[in-house]
Design a protein around this ligand. Structure first.
Ligand code: SF4
Length: 367
């Protein structure tokens, strides 16, 4: 077994860069990653500046906080303002601006009971300690997060903890990739290949991505997060493009196996069912979200509190939607680095450390 540092080895990386150049043979490659951890890894390692000039990186809808739609942010703010509710959430969500620039941070300052937790289990413990209130946990994340939230809901049911519920805003990656490719119009940025998310793939395996190669003829490679992992994935993409042989491949076998994790999927399927969901920048995508099944309605914040969806629009001038679709890179947003900064974000892509705008701002010399 190799240690993770073996995948940072400069000689290995140089050899992979040479292999990539050979595979490209002067052709260009526009690849999109759809994982916030990949976004940060590319910038933090400096790999982004070492890639051949003909390789273009596009950052897609891979940051869960960033893809959460304005209407969903409004629902979270609505719940935070309810009597006898404790809104227990991951820290990133605190600063995401909703309509009128209001955020959970403002709601907390105004007296709402908003608590930062590091896991859904911590939110359940909070419920046990506060029997006078109902703890609401916004379930934000992809296929990787859903099993842990499902497991906590099953624990709540087993232990008869009646004052805990979840606002399920989970999203599913493959339907979003399909929607992205379906929607590319004449003259828009073309995606030549996908760097598939390592974490999500540990759960879903490779089969759900098959349509990428079969229907769209786009190479797609699951990659890890060290520089050599990403370079190997890029080599496989470039070699498939060279050979006109698109396929779904796994360049992260030390973490991902082809079948994924059936137990994690089973617990998710026990509690959640696929539903149409709203994505920032992409609108409604069929069967791209997860809702609690009817038998868990008492733990479904949507039903328990009768939360209504209301039309909301993105913060004025924010181009997160275009960033998440790979249509523009963050510095092309007129607010980037001026009105929108990590300390005073206008949009969610600048809030989350995994957001593209924050990654560009934190790691790239763009002036
Ligand atoms: S720089 Fe700020 S305002 Fe512009 S797209 Fe990114 S998050 Fe939105």
């Amino acid at each position: 077994m190799f240690s993770e540092s073996a995948f940072q080895d400069p000689r290995l990386c140089r050899a992979l860069l040479a292999r990539l150049e050979r595979a490209l043979g002067g052709r260009s490659l526009r690849f999109m990653e759809v994982c916030g951890t990949h976004t940060v890894a590319l910038f933090q390692s400096g790999l982004i500046s070492m890639l051949p000039a003909s390789v273009t990186h596009l950052s897609g809808p891979g940051c869960p906080v960033c893809v959460t739609h304005d209407e969903e942010i409004s629902m979270i703010l609505d719940l935070a303002g309810r009597e006898r509710v404790i809104l227990a959430t991951f820290g990133d969500m605190l600063r995401v601006p909703g309509p009128d620039g209001q955020s959970l941070k403002h709601a907390k300052a105004g007296g709402a009971r908003v608590e930062v937790v590091y896991s859904p289990l911590e939110a359940l413990i909070l419920a046990k300690k506060n029997p006078d209130a109902v703890v609401v946990f916004p379930g934000i994340g992809f296929e990787t997060t859903a099993p842990t939230v499902a497991a906590v809901l099953l624990t709540a049911r087993r232990e008869k903890i009646g004052n805990f519920c979840v606002l399920s805003l989970h999203k599913l990656v493959p339907p979003a990739l399909r929607a992205l490719l379906d929607d590319i119009r004449e003259g828009e940025t073309k995606i030549d290949a996908f760097l598939l998310p390592g974490h999500v793939s540990t759960v879903i395996g490779l089969a759900p991505y098959a349509f990428l190669a079969e229907r769209f003829r786009v190479p797609a490679v699951v990659g890890g997060f060290e520089p050599a992992d990403i370079l190997l994935a890029l080599c496989l993409m470039a070699e498939q493009a060279r050979d006109n042989a698109p396929a779904v491949r796994n360049a992260y076998p030390r973490a991902v196996n082809e079948a994924g994790n059936p137990r994690a999927r089973a617990v998710t399927e026990q509690v959640f069912a696929p539903v149409d969901a709203l994505w920032r920048g992409m609108g409604a995508i069929p069967e791209s979200g997860l809702a609690l099944r009817p038998e868990y309605a008492d733990m479904d914040a949507l039903k328990r509190f009768g939360v209504a969806r209301s039309k909301s629009s993105s913060p004025k001038g924010c181009r997160c939607g275009d960033v998440l679709r790979g249509r523009i890179s963050p510095p092309a947003c007129p607010l980037f680095g001026k009105k929108c900064l990590p300390a005073s974000p206008v949009g969610p892509c600048m809030v989350s450390t995994e957001g593209s705008c924050a990654a560009w701002h934190n790691y790239v010399e763009y002036q």
